[in-house]
Design a protein around this ligand. Structure first.
Ligand code: AMP
Length: 286
């Protein structure tokens, strides 16, 4: 059966979502779920296709989660365009859009958090203290409300995906998780809701992220496996950078996020850089 653009149901409360999805679950249908913060692009939409292949109904949430933003981050200016997002979801055939208000997810008395463990203190977590606690807390809440059979996350946020996988394992969520490949612009820039902040010169220099990763992969494919040499190859692209400021560029174990000395097939290279006020991340798996 193909979905039509008119079949997207918009829901704002936890109670209504539970009621709707209980009916779906009781009928024996499998529920697929994609959590997002909106400002949707092809990267998000690709996740719908991925869960669609494993489920009968696809629910997408749009919620800009205040808990995962630091006090000096872009929570207030994070792009929000619910009408455009809803149109894209309808077009892509999602059945349910859950877009709750902040108080719906965090009523006044909320205080319990999910503690993500040591992996959350490295890389993104080192630069964004509390970020992954906020991410796992909202993801756990959404998992409990939606009770999906299958969820999709993007490799784009590799550390987030690794931590969600650990949470599913450690807290015994009965959920199948799929990590989907990074969707990129034709010139290599990984799609991100934050790309729209970039000025023209920043957008040009943002290519250093994907290019340094590609240069490193190239060197690995030619036989170099020393992490230090691979990192030096990638870093050298930033020598002439005028705008881009690197936060990190590292060869790591893709599951534990521990740095490695020798890269192997399956190791990841992660990068984060600032272009003016905009922080971008990217990665590849060798
Ligand atoms: P966000 O709205 O940024 O929280 O992202 C929601 C989901 O979309 C996360 O699982 C992201 O990893 C995923 N995502 C974001 N950008 C991309 C991309 N370029 N390719 C694939 N997945 C993505």
């Amino acid at each position: 059966m193909t979905s039509t653009a008119s079949s997207l149901r918009r829901i704002e409360t936890r109670a209504e979502l539970r009621e709707q999805l209980d009916r779906t679950r009781n009928s024996g249908a499998r529920i697929g779920f994609v959590p997002t913060m909106g400002a949707l692009h092809e990267g998000h939409l690709s996740l719908i296709d991925v869960v669609r292949a494993h489920s009968d109904l696809v629910a997408v949430s749009i919620f800009v989660n205040p808990l995962q933003f630091g006090p000096h981050e872009d929570f207030n200016r994070y792009p929000r365009d619910l009408e455009a997002d809803a149109a894209m979801l309808a077009d892509r055939g999602a059945e349910i859009l859950f877009a709750p208000a902040t108080v719906e997810m965090y009523p006044k008395e909320h205080s319990v958090r999910v503690s993500p463990g040591p992996m959350a203190n490295e890389f993104e977590g080192r630069i964004r203290p509390g970020h992954f606690e906020g991410v796992l807390t909202i993801v756990a809440k959404l998992f409990n409300i939606v009770q999906p059979h299958v969820v999709a996350f993007g490799q784009k946020d590799l550390q987030q995906a690794a931590l969600v996988r650990s949470m599913i394992r450690d807290l015994d969520f009965d959920i199948e998780m799929i990590v989907a490949p990074i969707v990129r612009e034709s010139d290599g820039l990984a799609l991100s809701s934050r790309n729209r902040y970039l000025s023209e010169p920043e957008r040009k220099e943002a290519l250093l992220l994907s290019r340094s990763l590609a240069a490193t992969r190239n060197k690995f494919d030619k036989g170099e496996s020393s992490a230090a040499n691979l990192e030096a190859a990638g870093l050298s692209l930033f020598d002439d950078a005028k705008i881009a400021r690197l936060d990190y560029f590292s060869v790591i174990d893709a599951e534990t996020f521990a740095p490695v000395q020798t890269a192997a097939k399956g190791s990841a290279i992660v990068i984060a850089a600032r272009l003016g006020k905009t922080r971008l991340i990217d990665n590849i798996i060798l």
